[in-house]
Design a protein around this ligand. Structure first.
Ligand SMILES: [Zn+2]
Length: 703
């Protein structure tokens, strides 16, 4: 393992942040070097610190500990991601034999130098107790492959040499900090401390030394494992999130079924669903099929930090059955068994410790699927990805550890302490999630203004959104606009033609592999053609019918097996048109196709109620969009409409505004809000309904 420390880059960091001390700028630099290597830390794991002298408001000199904020990702950390604390009062806490969670949290808050800085890392006391200026801490894969062993002590000594203190597992917080400090005081020459089944700490008087010791010791572990000819597992190539065609169809069905089996009612009565994230490769598929798979799944987390992301144990699942009934039964049995075991351990541990904790949901986050790989679940797509990444690393480390000896899990008691440690739970955030969090929404014809408006409102309500269209260029623009506003994690785009049933099925399979399934379907793709019946080209008529009517039918039909496998209801919100109730001359193809789509949607409302799937319609009128992302429909028919009314583009917008009762310009967001209304549980008693979004057109009142 090579040091990536580059003195020029280091200097760049010092120049980049001229208002902060150079020592802190260098702390940012080497923290990012560590964060950029997923074999050292994953997603907010690990922590780093630096101690500086500074003056308080009275001009009194004091030592300030800057430690990484809890849950902040080292890969992208900024100076503001470090919490500054007065060191001395924290250092004195070593005199205590115990420290209750609430008091620990209190101490960390009252000794911060800025009330607005993030909560410090849960390992802050260790950073405060040790005297070294720079401290780096990781959960490096290669170190964990040695620490999570029956013969951990001998292996570590042989691999890492004598300048390292090797400690048994100690509960993070005060106990760990005191243990490490004692070890240092007995042997001040140590350059690093390894804590069994947890990770490694390295120290240095400057940023480079602490970082390079980390690289050095992890490198020694690698050399040792190689020398022993272990390390087949090290060669496993990174897995893919896009499964090959032969497994895609079964993984899509698996994801849909698993989401259904793991959805649960929250205490406040809301149905909470998960996103699914797939990791697949030949190697992972083989490992998942091997006889050791069930042991790998039940042997727990590598380091306690991971438990809040993946739960301690995983589900080992055999080949995915071809038959939906068998699949559902197998998944439900596996999930039920997992949940019962989780509840049992919770009761046992809280009983043994004599404490009361609010039990978290008992559902699995990671499935190891024979012949396929890993499927991970999360309440947000980011959570699902974090769980999948951690699971992938965990699997490799366990395979490697098995080569080198006998993988030994952390005790259930220790894992329980970490899972239910209030400071750990804080990382996940307790605020009530947005109304559509956990749900996957699919919008067709999303490459225009209305599609953008709908996607925007669904994302704001917390949904994961798949925007789809046949036109890659306009879809790309919409995707970019959404990512700019909401970030990448909740947005995906897919190209397909709604007139082709097979293409719709394939797209929904891809969406299910990528996000888990479908909960909200918004058939929105539409085209128009201006011509009187007398002049209407029959081929044009066919085209409009194919997109507007058949396209709506195709996507509704293709979604039904997914709703059925999930078994958690769902919502279809069809973007219809004011023209259904109030058609216009020379607009026959559009009005007839929309009327047909309206009718098939109402039939779907009748038929899908038994699945808990509600089907509702919104009737917009005259939605134009803006110059950046215009309405494609209006781009197509606008010039003809303008000609027939003798108006310019602005005049045309004004004409439509003046013709409605409220004299409002109907916007894509108005349509999006109506879709969100129908998609949320708020409207749970409504199906088969039509909501006009037209500013009020008496002739188009639904009746
Ligand atoms: Zn740690």
């Amino acid at each position: 393992m090579k040091s990536l420390f580059d003195p020029r880059q280091a200097q760049d960091f010092v120049s980049r942040y001229p208002t902060i001390p150079p020592e802190l700028a260098l702390r940012v630099y080497t923290s990012r070097l560590i964060g950029a290597d997923p074999s050292l830390v994953l997603h907010g794991g690990g922590n780093t610190s630096v101690k500086l002298r500074g003056k308080n408001v009275l001009g009194e000199e004091q030592e300030i500990l800057y430690v990484k904020g809890s849950g902040i990702d080292l890969a992208t950390i900024e100076p503001g991601g470090f919490a500054g604390l007065v060191r001395e009062p924290l250092r004195k806490l070593r005199k205590l034999s115990t420290l209750a969670d609430e008091e620990m949290e209190n101490q960390l808050q009252i000794h911060k130098i800025r009330s607005t800085s993030p909560n410090p890392s849960v390992e802050v006391l260790l950073h405060a107790f040790l005297p070294h200026r720079y401290i780096d801490h990781t959960h490096a894969d290669l170190i964990l492959a040695l620490t999570n062993q029956k013969e951990w002590e001998d292996l570590l000594k042989e691999a890492l040499g004598l300048q390292v203190a090797i400690l048994p597992y100690l509960t993070p917080g005060l106990t760990l900090a005191k243990g490490v400090l004692k070890e240092y005081e007995e042997n001040p020459k140590v350059e690093a401390v390894v804590v069994a089944q947890h990770g490694i700490f390295t120290f240095g008087e400057d940023a480079r030394a602490a970082y390079e010791r980390m690289v050095d010791y992890v490198g020694r572990a690698k050399v040792f494992l190689k020398r022993k000819a272990y390390g087949g597992a090290l060669g496993i190539s990174p897995a893919e999130s896009n499964p090959p065609e032969k497994t895609a169809s079964s993984l899509a069905r698996f994801n849909q079924t698993v989401r259904g089996a793991c959805a649960f009612r929250s205490p406040e009565g809301r149905l909470r669903r998960f996103y699914a994230e797939v990791r697949t490769s030949n190697d992972l598929g083989k490992a998942a099929s091997a006889p050791a798979a069930s042991r790998l799944c039940s042997s727990g987390v590598l380091t306690p930090d991971h438990v809040i992301r993946t739960k301690n144990k995983w589900v080992s699942f055999g080949e995915i059955p071809e038959d939906d009934g068998k699949l559902k039964q197998a998944v439900q049995e596996a999930v039920k068994g997992f949940a019962q075991e989780y509840d049992r351990i919770f009761a046992e541990q809280s009983g043994a410790k004599g404490i009361r904790r609010e039990k978290l949901d008992p559902y699995p986050r990671v499935f190891l699927v024979a012949g396929a790989g890993i499927v991970a679940l999360g309440s947000t797509r980011r959570d699902a990805r974090i769980a999948a990444d951690i699971a992938e690393h965990t699997l490799r480390v366990k395979l490697l550890a098995d080569e080198a000896g006998e993988y030994t899990p952390i005790s259930e008691s220790h894992v329980f302490d970490m899972e239910y440690w209030s400071l750990q739970q804080k990382k996940l955030g307790k605020v009530s999630p947005p109304s559509l969090q956990g749900q996957v929404a699919v919008i067709t014809g999303a490459g225009g203004a209305i599609g953008l408006g709908i996607a925007d409102r669904l994302l704001a309500a917390g949904a994961g959104v798949a925007v789809t269209d046949i036109d890659g260029a306009s879809l790309g623009k919409v995707r970019a606009a959404l990512i700019k506003k909401y970030g990448e994690s909740q947005v995906e785009s897919f190209l397909f033609d709604v007139t082709d049933y097979g293409a719709a099925e394939k797209a929904f399979q891809d969406i299910s592999c990528r996000l888990g399934g479908i909960d909200i379907l918004v058939p929105n793709a539409g085209i128009a053609h201006v011509a009187k019946v007398e002049d209407l080209d029959p081929r044009k008529f066919d085209q409009v019918i194919a997109v507007n009517l058949k396209g709506t039918f195709n996507v509704i039909k293709a979604a039904i097996p997914i709703f059925r496998r999930q078994g958690t209801g769902g919502s279809i919100v069809v973007v219809s048109s004011k023209n259904v109730f109030d058609p216009g001359a020379a607009f026959g193809a559009y009005s007839a196709s929309k009327a047909g789509a309206h009718q098939i949607s109402k039939i779907a409302a009748l038929e899908l109620a038994e699945l808990g799937v509600r089907v509702n319609l919104v009737n917009p009128d005259a939605v134009f969009g803006d110059e950046e992302i215009p309405s494609k429909l209006w781009e197509l028919i606008g010039p003809d409409r303008m000609k027939s009314r003798g108006l310019d583009p602005q005049g045309l917008k004004e004409y439509y505004r003046q013709r409605n009762l409220l004299k409002v310009q109907v916007t894509p967001e108005h349509v999006g809000n109506a879709v969100v209304f129908f998609a949320t549980e708020t409207s749970g008693a409504t199906t088969g309904a039509t909501l006009p979004v037209d500013g009020g057109i008496p002739a188009a009142f639904p009746r």
